[in-house]
Design a protein. Structure first.
Ligand SMILES: Nc1ncnc2c1ncn2[C@@H]1O[C@H](COP(=O)(O)OP(=O)(O)OP(=O)(O)O)[C@@H](O)[C@H]1O
Length: 258
C-alpha cells in the first residue's frame, strides 16, 4: 500500500427528498488499500459507492478519484471514469443472453475495442484465474451455480486489469464455505493486480478477510475507520454492537425510533 490517495470523499452530502442519507462523509482510500465499508441496511453504503462511480451526484461535497475531481462529470467523461473500474455486483449481475466468456470480455470488447478472439483468450485466462475450466466459458450464466456465477463476476471485474475494483456485497447468497472461497479469491486476485479496492458488506467474516482497513457508516457519517485488526478494540459502542450482531445497543434505539 502506498501513501498516494486513490479515492477521496470530502464532506459528501446526499438526501432523497426529506431523507438525509449521507450527512458529511469524509473518507480516503490509499493506492493498493482494501477498504471495506460496513453498516446496517439502508445506512447509505450503496449510495456512497454509486456516488464514487458517478452514478449519483452528491448535493454537497467533493469526490476525487486518482486525484481528479469527479463530483460533477459530464456523461461522456463518466463513461471514461467507469471504464477505469472493475465491479463485482451483488448477485453477480451477469447477462443471461451472453455466454460466460462474452460476459467476462464485455468491457474489453465494448469499452476497450479489443478484437473478439483476443478478448476471448483473456476471458478464458481470467476464468482460469478464478478456478473455472475453459469449457465453462461457452455456457450461459443461468446454467451455473451461484458460487460459479460469483467467480464469473469476479473474472469480469478483473478482466481489464483495473486499478480500482468495487465489490458490492460479494458474498451475498453464498453458503459460508463458498463465501470463504470467494473471499480468498478476491484477496488473491486483488494482490495479483495491486488494485485499490472498496467493498461494501454487512458480512463481518468477509470484511475481516478482505479488508486492510474497515470504515463504519452510521447516520450518514463515517463514525469509525481503522486497520482491520483494531476493530475488536474500537471502543465504539456502535461498532461493537454491529460486529457482534447484538440486538441490544445504541443502534437498536435508532431502529425503534425509525
Ligand atoms: N435513487 C434513490 N431514490 C430515493 N431513495 C434512495 C435512492 N437510492 C437510495 N435511496 C435511499 O437511501 C437509503 C440508503 O440506501 P442504500 O442502498 O445506500 O443503503 P445500504 O446501506 O446500501 O443498504 P443495504 O445494506 O440494505 O443494501 C435508503 O433509505 C434508500 O431507500
Amino acid at each position: 500500500m502506498s501513501n498516494t490517495t486513490m479515492i477521496e470523499l470530502k464532506n459528501v452530502h446526499k438526501s432523497f427528498g426529506p431523507k438525509v442519507v449521507l450527512d458529511g462523509v469524509n473518507l480516503s482510500v490509499n493506492k493498493g488499500e482494501s477498504l471495506v465499508i460496513i453498516g446496517g441496511s439502508g445506512t447509505g453504503k450503496s449510495v456512497t459507492l454509486k456516488s464514487i462511480m458517478g452514478l449519483i451526484t452528491p448535493d454537497k461535497g467533493q469526490i476525487f478519484v486518482g486525484g481528479e475531481n469527479v463530483t460533477h462529470l459530464k456523461p461522456s467523461n463518466r463513461q471514461t471514469l467507469l471504464s477505469k473500474f472493475g465491479m463485482l455486483f451483488q448477485g453477480a449481475a451477469l447477462f443471461d443472453s451472453l455466454t460466460v466468456w462474452e460476459n467476462v470480455a464485455f468491457a474489453l470488447i465494448e469499452a476497450k475495442g479489443m478484437a473478439k478472439h483476443v478478448a476471448q483468450e483473456i476471458a478464458i485466462e481470467k476464468l482460469r484465474r478464478v478456478g473455472l475450466k475453459p469449457d465453462v466459458a461457452f455456457l450461459r450464466p443461468d446454467e451455473l451455480s451461484g458460487g460459479m456465477q460469483k467467480r464469473v463476476g469476479l473474472a469480469r471485474a478483473i478482466a481489464t486489469d483495473p486499478e480500482i475494483i468495487f465489490f458490492d456485497e460479494p458474498t451475498t447468497g453464498l453458503d459460508p464455505i463458498m463465501a470463504d472461497v470467494i473471499n480468498e479469491l478476491i484477496v488473491e486476485c486483488v494482490k495479483d493486480l495491486g488494485a485499490t479496492t472498496l467493498t461494501i458488506t454487512h458480512d463481518m467474516a468477509s470484511a475481516r478477510k478482505i479488508a486492510d482497513h474497515i470504515a463504519m457508516l452510521y447516520e450518514g457519517k463515517i463514525i469509525w475507520k481503522g486497520p482491520v485488526d483494531h476493530i475488536d478494540k474500537s471502543e465504539n459502542a456502535h461498532v461493537e454492537q454491529f460486529i457482534h450482531g447484538r440486538a441490544d445497543g445504541p443502534i437498536q434505539m435508532q431502529i425503534l425510533k425509525a
